[in-house]
Design a protein around this ligand. Structure first.
Ligand code: HXC
Ligand code: NAP
Length: 292
């Protein structure tokens, strides 16, 4: 039941939404839900073939209209071209999802400065390129645009072994919170979503292949209180809500959707779950004795 659309039919009709990295993974799942709710969607990414395949699949499934424009979000001119093509095709754009990302897991001292640049440029520069270009256009045309940026929970905790990504996601979150205030007067809303583990070929198969997980005995699910990964429709429904007028008073926030994962890592005594229930009498007796 909860795989269905959460919002009413046509809740996003008359919206035109640019989704960066909309040809795969979570970007594609969000695009599909936007289309099902009546929006027109522009997807961009570097691989023209991947975009064409996603466009064909999504149009067939929804009967909606998708514009696919190849673009490297690190290049402002290419972003500008996507936006101009989108406006020529659909008349206007009033939604943006900063979703495109690059990442790799590595000890930081093994990274070249070019590797660091590559991730920061895709995630942070790519997000501000799109936000700045659309923001200027929205302010000039008095369009009350909506931006959702897909960050991670380590945007505020930081994380070892993904330092370029952590730096960049923290920057995207700072941009979200800063512009929510600065551009609020224009009716532009800025929000972020921080997902926990959602299986995608890009993030999970490529970033942290199962072979390595098995070899080092790491089970990402152990970190999640709800004991499961996220379902794409759960995140897509949240994105639809944040993109729609139903969330008109939500501005400058980051909504975590991770089954409680980051809090489990943060709470001082959360590791006490390792104590089996039959051992708690013994633990209590020791702690009471220590007190007396
Ligand atoms: C170390 C690496 C590397 C690796 C590339 N480099 N891969 N260094 N470990 N695994 C280095 C290269 O040697 C090169 O440096 C520099 O990075 C640029 O490499 P290119 O291949 O030229 O980069 P580019 O073609 O721009 O590709 C970008 C990319 C790639 C980030 C390297 O992986 C990519 O396109 N990723 C997109 C998909 C993706 O990553 N999705 C994951 C999103 S998940 P030198 O010095 O040799 O020139 C996410 C959150 C996950 O963001 C959170 C999970 C909970
Ligand atoms: P993904 O499948 O690898 O998607 C990344 C997308 O970004 C691809 O479509 C890719 O297309 C595009 N992209 C990469 N570099 C680009 C560039 N320079 N210019 C334009 N497009 C570019 O990853 P995902 O798992 O769906 O992740 C989507 C978002 O969720 C990311 O922001 C990620 O950080 C975030 N996230 C994911 C998870 C998770 O568990 N999946 C968890 C936390 C956060 P091309 O390669 O064709 O360019």
């Amino acid at each position: 039941m909860f795989e269905q659309l959460m919002l009413k039919d046509n809740a996003l009709a008359n919206k035109v939404i640019l989704v960066t990295g909309g040809g795969s993974g979570l970007g594609k799942s969000m695009s599909l839900f936007f289309l099902k709710l009546g929006a027109k969607v522009i997807i961009c990414g570097r691989s023209a073939e991947r975009l064409a395949a996603a466009k064909a699949e999504m149009e067939q499934e929804t009967g909606g209209e998708v514009l696919a424009v190849p673009c490297d979000v690190r290049q402002y001119e290419q972003v500008d071209h996507v936006i101009k093509t989108g406006i020529e095709t659909f008349g206007f754009i009033d939604g943006l999802v900063n979703n495109a990302a690059g990442n790799f897991i590595s000890p930081t001292e093994r990274l070249s400065h070019r590797a660091f640049d590559s991730v920061v440029d895709i995630v942070l520069r790519g997000s501000y390129n799109c936000t700045l270009a659309l923001g200027k256009y929205w302010i000039e045309k008095q369009i009350k645009g909506t931006v959702i940026s897909i960050v991670t929970t380590y945007a505020w905790t930081g994380s070892a072994y993904v330092v370029p990504s952590a730096c960049a996601k923290a920057g995207v979150l700072a941009m979200t919170q800063s512009l929510a205030v600065e551009w609020g007067k224009y009716g532009i809303r800025m929000n972020a979503i921080a997902p926990g583990p959602f299986p995608t070929a890009g993030a999970w198969d490529r970033l942290f292949p199962k072979e390595i997980r098995d070899k080092v005995g790491l089970d990402p699910l152990e970190r999640v209180p709800l004991g499961r990964v996220g379902e794409h429709h759960e995140l897509a429904n949240l994105a639809c809500y944040l993109m729609s007028g139903f969330s008109a008073y939500v501005n400058g926030d980051v909504i975590t959707i991770d089954g409680g994962e980051w809090l489990k890592g943060a709470g001082e005594f959360n590791m006490m779950e390792k104590i089996p229930s039959e051992m708690w009498d013994y633990v209590e007796s020791l702690t009471r004795k220590a007190k007396s």
